[in-house]
Design a binder for this molecule. Structure first.
Ligand code: KOT
Length: 804
């Protein structure tokens, strides 16, 4: 399907039509919100034809479809994304300008759809983009949270949280589907009738669908993201109403709606809350019921389900899909137990995103029985079948807990890690026993990012330079960026590359000035660490290095320091005390250091509030140095690391997650490596008092710790950080102290490298040129080839096949 040409004049008329007929506003009274909604609806109109055409093709093809089940989809804004994929970005801008509107301001009016915490949710959003770009028939399934990830602000440097309210305004992109709804049961008990189990539920809510079309590059294909909202079976309690108790009358609705009310704000931590288990079962059951209904309505025979259905579990949050599918096959469709388990397993695959023990989901068995009594019995059957088949010692139900990782593994035909290193560690650590029970089941699919959002749309100056250098067909064939490599020797090209970076740095500076009144030195190196705040990601080590550098500049002000702006961004889970202390410390240190006239020229710390996807889109193109400094073996992959490299920022990093593969691609000479390896980390933990020894061996570090502990940055409360510092000296599980000297030294290598402008730009350009492999199109092609066995329904890239 080729995209019909729309002139800016025609598009202006379409926007005005929506302003009048959808918003009910006259031009003279329209607010920026009205313009934003009209623009979005005008764009959405152009998605509908490719969407219908893709859906028709999918039904005609009668082939296998992908169902991507994820608790989180961290989407961000959609106007630019949709406009770019439709090829209408320039047209939209011109049309709005012709109407006297500021396009950038209208785009910025859209709230981020922040239905995720971080990497796992953003990956799901990139995957949806790639599934559509590749023309793989797929549905994303998740929860339509009323409140996305909390908003962060700082009070005297401490993180405060407020509720996020993206649905307070109309959501322009979704279509409500009140006719698509399923009952979701909880609680009650299980009865036996003539050898058949009957689940008498205690409580039922309704899952109601909202569909958002996801259009791929050049609108050749569009899939559906279907999000479920919880509603009551009886919206209104008439008895209460008739008694005059109007509040009680709406109680059922309020109760049911709590299930899709709010996203749990914990990244890589298991909350263990009953409501969370209900959320997981709620969206998983709705999704499984939906895909079965679709399959049966097309006349499918359930025994052939695995030939038509590939269900991908985004971590263990939807792991109840296994027992749910088995339950439906047995209880509603008359399958034998073993046949049901085999069939379900052939449909299911599971992606593991972390090895951190605190993230591995386990439910207290009594809670689980209370909420899902029938599924508990099914899990017993699954466990028995697993033991019978393998003789394994591994249990799903153990020590009064239901272990979701083991459940997901046993019920999946493939289990994948998200980087080469991580997948090996999955085999060697968390799932070592299951790996020997089921050899070959664990495979790797290294993560990727969509180049449409993370280069084409967020970085116009670099996009234009690439277009003029290697042509315009790279956005859906990112390995073409390799063609830039030969130009990395050309001083004229490097000047242009640097000019693009400078333009992005200016854009960031203007944005920060307007938003927070902060000025940045444009000649300084922009050194950026943006991600969730977590001890293993070691923002604290970055801050310690910053303080050490401050000390050294003060002592030796004329040593020719490379000016730096240290930029931090990220949220801490509201209940994560240490992470919140780290935020507070960064802000406290910023206050003191930024006020020091002796170092101001060379060192500045900036921590903008409320980091989100939209902020990342401004920060990443403007970055000179990417901080990827997690303790080796702890970051499963990372995807921010890929975004920075793609946008021409070399990495300072450890051999962790996908850093390893990024370094292999860009070349060791274009990557600043430091720190212990994963194996060395394990060995070091066995050394008694390793942290204390590391501090004793490093006067530089010891001094920084004394300053922080002594209240240099917290004169209002001198003991504020004594716990944090003592924690480092006594525990330091993530080896901040052990890697500190190596990190500090490598940062000084970075200083020197940055001082040679042209050599630095060359290194940056080679990063862009050599990371085309990290496109999520490559990742999704890998899943389709190795796990799903799903073909693309569009013809060769570049030629736009008629799918209408
Ligand atoms: C959250 C809760 C339970 C289990 C895992 C998580 C999780 C993992 N959330 N985000 N991750 C990140 O996922 C990204 C995408 O694969 C990785 O790049 C990153 O390293 C993980 O930390």
């Amino acid at each position: 399907m080729s995209i019909p040409y729309v002139s800016p004049q025609e598009f202006s008329a379409e926007i005005l039509r929506h302003l009048k007929h959808s918003l009910g506003k006259d031009e003279s009274h329209a607010s920026v919100y009205d313009w934003r909604m009209s623009l979005s609806l005008a764009l959405r109109d152009h998605v509908v034809d490719p969407w219908f055409a893709s859906t028709r093709r999918t039904y005609e093809a009668r082939g296998k479809r992908v169902y991507y089940l994820s608790m989180e989809f961290l989407i961000g804004r959609l106007i630019e994304d949709v406009a770019v994929n439709l090829g209408l970005d320039a047209v939209a801008e011109e049309a709005l300008s012709a109407l006297g509107q500021d396009y950038a301001a209208v785009v910025a009016n859209e709230p981020d759809a922040a239905l995720g915490n971080g990497g796992l949710g953003r990956l799901a959003a990139c995957f949806m983009d790639s599934l559509s770009t590749l023309g793989i028939p797929a549905y994303g399934y998740g929860i339509r949270y009323e409140h996305g990830l909390f908003e962060q602000h700082f009070e005297d440097g401490a993180q405060m949280e407020t509720a996020e309210t993206w649905l307070a305004q109309r959501h322009a992109w979704e279509f409500e589907r009140p006719e698509v709804s399923y009952p979701i049961n909880f609680g009650g008990h299980v009865e036996e009738h003539e050898g058949k189990a009957v689940w008498r539920a205690g409580e039922t809510v309704v899952a109601s669908a909202y569909d958002t079309p996801v259009v791929g590059w050049q609108a050749q294909w569009a899939n559906t993201l279907r999000l479920w909202a919880a509603k009551s079976t009886t919206a209104f309690d008439l008895d209460s109403f008739n008694r005059g108790d109007y509040m009680a009358a709406s109680a059922p609705e309020a109760l049911a709606r709590t299930i899709s009310r709010v996203l749990y704000p914990d990244d890589t931590t298991d909350t263990g809350k009953e409501l969370r288990l209900k959320q997981e079962y709620f969206f998983t059951s709705a999704s499984i019921q939906d895909l079965l209904r679709r399959f049966l309505s097309e006349g499918g025979d359930l025994r052939a389900l695995p030939d038509f259905v590939a269900i991908q579990l985004n971590d263990t949050h939807p792991a109840i899909a296994g027992p749910e599918l088995v339950r439906l096959l047995i209880d509603e469709h008359g399958f034998e137990v073993s046949q049901a388990i085999t069939t379900a397993r052939s449909c299911l695959a599971y992606t593991n995103h972390t090895l951190l023990p605190e993230a591995l989901e386990r439910w207290p068995e009594d809670l689980f029985i209370r909420v899902l009594p029938r599924h508990h019995r099914i899990i017993q059957l699954i466990e028995a079948a697993h033991i019978a088949a393998t003789g394994s010692d591994i249990r799903i139900l153990e020590h009064g807990e239901v272990k979701m990782g083991e459940l997901a593994f046993i019920m999946a035909h493939h289990v994948n890690g998200v980087s080469a290193l991580h997948s090996e560690l999955v085999k060697e650590t968390v799932f070592a026993d299951l790996h020997s029970d089921y050899p070959g089941r664990i495979i790797n699919q290294t993560n990727g990012i969509t180049p449409r959002r993370w280069l084409y749309s967020c970085n116009p100056p670099l996009r234009e330079l690439i277009n003029e250098t290697i042509g315009t067909t790279w956005p859906d064939d990112l390995q073409q960026l390799d063609g830039l490599s030969v130009h990395a020797k050309d001083p004229a090209f490097l000047d242009k590359f640097q000019a693009a970076k400078d333009a992005n740095k200016t854009r960031l500076s203007n944005w920060l000035q307007a938003r927070d009144g902060v000025s940045l030195n444009p000649d300084a190196m922009f050194d950026v660490q943006i991600k969730r705040i977590h001890e293993y990601k070691r923002q604290l080590m970055n801050l310690l290095e910053t303080v050490a550098l401050w000390n050294e500049i003060r002592e030796n002000p004329n040593a020719g320091w490379t000016p730096r702006v240290k930029i931090f961004g990220g949220k801490a889970a509201p209940g994560y005390v240490v992470a919140k202390q780290i935020i507070h410390l960064i802000n406290d240190a910023a206050k003191v250091i930024n006020a020091d006239p002796a170092t101001r020229e060379y060192l500045q710390i900036v921590y903008p509030e409320n980091y989100n996807v939209s902020m990342a889109e401004i920060l990443i193109p403007a970055t000179d140095l990417s901080e990827q400094i997690s303790t080796a073996g702890k970051e499963a992959s990372g995807t921010g690391n890929m975004k920075f490299a793609l946008n021409g920022a070399p990495t300072i990093g450890t051999l962790d997650g996908a850093n390893v593969e990024i370094r292999d691609c860009v070349g060791a000479e274009n990557f600043f490596l430091f720190g212990l390896t994963a194996a060395e980390v394990t060995a070091r933990r066995a050394v008694p008092e390793y942290a204390r020894r590391a501090v004793e061996a490093s006067p530089r570090l010891a001094r920084v710790l004394q300053q922080i502990e002594g209240g240099v940055f917290s004169s209002d409360d001198k003991t504020r950080y004594s716990g944090l510092v003592q924690g480092l000296i006594n525990h330091d599980y993530f080896l901040v102290t052990c890697d500190f000297d190596s990190y500090f030294g490598t940062q000084r290598d970075v200083d020197k490298a940055f001082a040679d402008k042209q050599a630095w730009t060359r290194m940056a350009a080679l990063n862009t040129a050599r990371v085309g492999w990290f496109s999520s199109d490559r990742t999704i092609s890998g899943y389709a080839r190795d796990i799903w066995k799903t073909p693309s329904l569009i013809s060769a890239r570049g030629s736009r096949q008629d799918v209408a």
